[in-house]
Design a protein around this ligand. Structure first.
Ligand code: GNR
Ligand code: NI
Length: 170
């Protein structure tokens, strides 16, 4: 198992669009294990492959309190959605910033699991928010894109300042 490096806004690589996984093989499974380990270590509830610089449509999620309920979504697609709900979002690629974002309240998705088997899942509340947030990552989109230009610019400047300090202290 290995901890992967999580890219941070405004890194251009977070803007790449991920492609479908063609076959779920041992390499895919190893990546999923590493993504889960990376997500748990970073104390996140979700992680998209794009965030660790892998342009494949793979997402891991665990919204459980005990961190013992990993969900893996390969090639996820929203097949129905309804309602609107605003909630506070954060992102491991935008560390330290939390803002309200509007999402669909209720979604139904289809995806492949770790064994390459097709399944459907109905989600609401945090799980629905998280799945929509992660699918956005696979499409090169970040939650800060839903904010005003001014707010996004302020976040960008503050993060770049922190990133410069981190770079100069190693
Ligand atoms: O850890 C995370 N928490 C979170 C909280 C509210 C809405 C979405 C998220 S996802 C985020 C982890 C992450 O950045 N996934 O891409
Ligand atoms: Ni995120």
């Amino acid at each position: 198992m290995s901890i992967l490096t999580i890219l941070e806004f405004p890194d251009d690589r977070l803007r790449k669009k991920a492609v479908d996984v063609k076959t779920v093989d041992d390499k895919t499974k190893k990546l999923i294990t590493d993504m889960l380990e990376t997500m748990y270590q970073a104390k996140g509830v979700g992680l998209a492959a794009t965030q660790v610089n892998i342009q494949q449509r793979i997402i891991v999620i665990d919204i459980s309190e005990e961190k013992n309920a990993p969900i893996c979504l390969i090639n996820p697609e929203i097949i129905s959605k309804d309602g609107k709900k605003e909630s506070e979002e954060g992102c491991l690629s935008v560390p330290g910033f939390y803002e309200k974002v509007n999402r669909c309240e209720h979604i139904r998705i289809k995806a492949l699991d770790r064994d390459g088997r097709l399944f459907e899942l109905e989600a609401q509340d945090l799980l629905a928010v998280c799945i929509q947030h992660e699918i956005d990552h696979l499409n090169g989109k970040l939650f800060v894109d839903y904010l005003s230009t001014l707010k996004r610019q302020r976040i960008k400047t503050k993060l770049q300042k922190i990133q410069r300090m981190e770079k100069n202290s190693t």
